[in-house]
Design a binder for this molecule. Structure first.
Ligand SMILES: Cc1cc2nc3c(=O)[nH]c(=O)nc-3n(C[C@H](O)[C@H](O)[C@H](O)COP(=O)(O)OP(=O)(O)OC[C@H]3O[C@@H](n4cnc5c(N)ncnc54)[C@H](O)[C@@H]3O)c2cc1C
Ligand SMILES: *[C@@H]1O[C@H](CO)[C@@H](O)[C@H](O)[C@H]1NC(C)=O
Ligand SMILES: *[C@@H]1O[C@H](CO)[C@@H](O)[C@H](O)[C@H]1NC(C)=O
Ligand SMILES: *[C@@H]1O[C@H](CO)[C@@H](O)[C@H](O)[C@H]1NC(C)=O
Ligand SMILES: *[C@@H]1O[C@H](CO)[C@@H](O)[C@H](O)[C@H]1NC(C)=O
Length: 479
């Protein structure tokens, strides 16, 4: 049975590769010298296909690096006309297999790498092939920032198109809330500027709609003044987990300073549940009280200081080693109460113990945000489909090395999400149908949980913008 499935898959796979090859050659002939097509022998090909977790990478017939919007338009039209499966990759940080990989044509956006700061408008126009580290580096000399990835290596494009929880979110909202203009190659190849006034429906749809509505070449963001920040990462041993839980509950339910943020995590490694916390304060030193409880707990190591925004982002361990497989999933909470945090800590130990045989390391990251996080943008966006009451994500991150552990991990993550949602509902939180963050939710999550009451509007925009369903040739969330 298993051999049969493998044979069928192999045949479908080589069929796609074979059909896609002539399209690669067609693209090569049609594009300008600003763009390039690479084949499996090339190092560029390997780089274009690579993802943060290996399980999100698959062999493609070729990779294409478009260098201009005009070339990208030609490429999208050729792929659409020939109905060739393809993928669009930004920073390659998706945990979902097939969301930015394909057996067809891999489009890597790396050549869209500009950062232009306009001091008059206070905006920055940023290429969709960059990672946030590049953005922070380029904007630092201007004393401004765009709120994006909170740790190193995350792509601008995927994070922004999916929503964007960021260190400034309590002050300015999600990253999507700060976008004022998109340069988009539509599924029919038209190159357009999308703003709130040029096409309000499409502008709404791109704010959380991922790769459903076309390919973005650049984003224009509002920027915010940025000086030195305070924070970094702190690690705790197994004996301190209960004390960390108490500190997290206290932070989540009492700190109202929008400049303060944390991402505490529970992780099971080598038979033990450990705790970690990334702390952020938007200023050179935090007022007393906010982080004292975390600092007072005995810790195994810490890297906390007054530093640049970029240095803080790069302080957390976020670049995994080659060959690691992995996936993310999430649940949404209305409140991080001590009981919920206790259940999350228990869940880490429970699944960590149970999945050790398959070499799976489990981590749960708690993301507390203020009640006001979604009030900074009065306009509706594709995600989240409601803004009050505000929901907060819990991110699960499972990492392993063996392909045979894929199904075990995915199944456990779904069960864990169901369990934690049930615990929250039993505690009185109305989260059974709460929005799930598209950038964290595991593939297979019902689309109602991602776009909810926005689905009818999104479907009608999709029918107008992509009547031939060209973006149906890429993997990702489908309406
Ligand atoms: C270590 C790590 C840290 C993270 N930190 C954060 C965080 O702080 N906040 C947060 O909100 N999320 C965070 N995430 C989640 C992150 O937002 C998602 O993984 C996101 O999808 C990554 O974007 P990417 O461009 O790197 O990924 P990719 O895998 O390249 O792309 C993700 C999706 O976006 C689509 N896409 C990419 N480029 C384009 C484009 N130009 N036009 C249209 N569609 C496109 C792809 O087709 C794919 O479906 C983190 C993930 C990791 C692994
Ligand atoms: C910068 O922004 C101002 C104000 O919106 C605008 O008039 C100007 O054209 C922009 N400059 C560039 C180089 O885009
Ligand atoms: C993480 O990886 C990215 C992409 O390869 C790199 O640009 C970045 O500098 C790395 N970050 C750290 C802190 O090493
Ligand atoms: C967590 O586990 C402990 C020890 O097994 C148990 O006493 C406690 O009730 C559990 N809490 C939750 C919320 O599941
Ligand atoms: C799991 O954790 C252990 C202990 O920290 C580490 O040595 C191993 O590399 C991790 N495995 C993966 C796949 O991350």
């Amino acid at each position: 049975m298993r051999i049969y499935t493998a044979l069928v898959l192999t045949n479908v796979f080589s069929l796609t590769l074979g059909l896609a090859l002539p399209v690669c050659t067609q693209i090569q002939r049609a594009v300008s010298s600003a763009s390039a097509v690479y084949f499996p022998a090339s190092g560029h090909y390997t780089e274009d296909l690579a993802h943060w977790v290996e399980s999100s990478t698959q062999f493609s017939a070729c990779s294409v690096e478009p260098g201009t919007a005009a070339d990208l338009s030609i490429i999208i039209q050729l792929l659409g006309q020939t109905r060739t499966p393809f993928a669009i990759k930004g920073g390659g940080h998706t945990g979902n297999p097939g969301f930015s990989s394909t057996p067809g044509v891999q489009v890597a956006m790396t050549r869209f790498s500009g950062v232009q700061y306009n001091a008059t408008s206070g905006t920055a126009t940023i290429g969709s092939g960059l990672i946030w580290d590049d953005v922070y580096t380029a904007l630092e000399p201007h004393g401004v920032v765009v709120g994006g990835g909170r740790v190193s290596g995350v792509g601008v494009a995927g994070l922004t198109l999916g929503g964007g929880y960021n260190w400034l979110a309590n002050q300015v909202g999600l990253t999507i809330d700060t976008v004022v203009e998109y340069e988009l190659v539509k599924p029919n190849g038209a190159i357009v500027s999308v703003t709130a006034s040029s096409d309000p429906d499409l502008f709404f749809a791109l704010k959380g709609g991922g790769n459903i509505f076309g390919v973005v070449t650049q984003f224009t963001f509002n920027t915010f003044p940025q000086g030195q920040v305070w924070g970094g990462v702190i690690f705790y041993g197994p004996a301190q987990v209960a004390a960390v839980t108490a500190a997290v509950a206290s932070f989540a339910n009492s700190v109202t300073d929008p400049k303060a943020a944390i991402i505490p995590g529970y992780t099971f490694q080598l038979g033990q549940t450990l705790a970690v916390n990334i702390m952020f304060y938007d200023g050179p030193s935090p007022p007393p009280g906010i982080f004292d409880q975390f600092l007072a707990i005995p810790h195994t190591s810490a890297d906390i200081s007054t530093r640049s925004f970029l240095s803080l982002v790069q302080s957390a361990p976020a670049n995994v080693t080659a060959g690691t497989r992995g996936a993310f999933h999430a649940v949404s909470f209305l409140e991080y109460s001590p009981e919920i945090l206790d259940a999350i800590s228990n869940e880490t130990t429970f699944w960590g113990t149970r999945l050790a045989f398959a070499g799976i390391n489990v981590t749960y990251n708690v993301e507390p945000f203020l009640e006001t996080i979604y009030t900074h943008n009065p306009s509706p966006t594709a995600f989240p489909f409601y803004r009050t009451p505000r929901t907060m994500p819990l991110l699960f991150e499972y990492l392993w090395t063996l392909p045979t552990s894929d199904l075990i991990a995915h199944t456990a993550m779904r069960q864990s999400a169901e369990h934690l949602t049930r615990v929250a509902v039993e505690a009185g939180q109305a989260v059974a149908q709460a929005p799930l963050y598209p950038n964290y939710a595991l593939f297979g999550t019902p689309i109602e949980r991602i776009y909810g009451s926005n689905l009818p509007r999104l479907r009608s925009i999709k029918a107008r913008v992509d009547p031939d369903n060209v973006m149906g040739l890429v993997g990702g969330w489908k309406l």
